[in-house]
Ligand binder design. Sequence first.
Ligand code: SF4
Length: 222
Amino acid sequence: MNQMKRRQIFERLSQAIPDPTTELKYTTPFELLIAVVLSAQATDKSVNKATEKLFAVANTPEKILALGEEGLKRYIRHIGLYNTKARNIIALCRQLLDRHGGEVPRRREALESLPGVGRKTANVVLNTAFGEPTIAVDTHIFRVCNRTGLAPGKNVRQVEDKLNRHTPVAYKKDAHHLLILHGRYVCTARRPKCDRCVIDDLCEYPHKRLPQPDGGRERTDG
Ligand code: SF4
């Protein structure tokens, strides 16, 4: 895919998604970090439901440590992998207090050294909490980038590296949320909604559902 097409894709997505941001609810970098850790293999909706109650009573490392692992589990037990997540969050809170004065660090290496925090979570926090032009690649973005030809790759790191190389500077800060929201609501895993996609003429996915001469829609799910 050439750069002109890439720019057009981001231009159109920006017009279609005027407020590209996370659907996780948070008010501080710490709340965002906890929400992102909880969101692994879980829906944002389920995380928001849990954090609404959790953050009302504990939204700092000190307060979560005061809850303890079992106390924390009571708030997050409807989220997948909650046992591991609770253990990680308690260890993460301790580390934030021991090494970072209770603040969420703004450096990738420091973030990635926290329990339960990998490259994707670090990228989301750097981008969403601190406005850095990092592009986290999740399952939605991986799919969109491979289907469209925007940044094809065999694994998430390849896709991330290509996005970093080829995304026009003006769109780097919003690229993550533009692509994730497009993937979540339009370029869905099953039955992508090509018939109402704003980049259908730019997308290079060979199986996209194209308009039919009779006005109907071909239904191929590829
Ligand atoms: S045309 Fe279809 S496959 Fe291509 S980006 Fe849009 S929804 Fe996805």
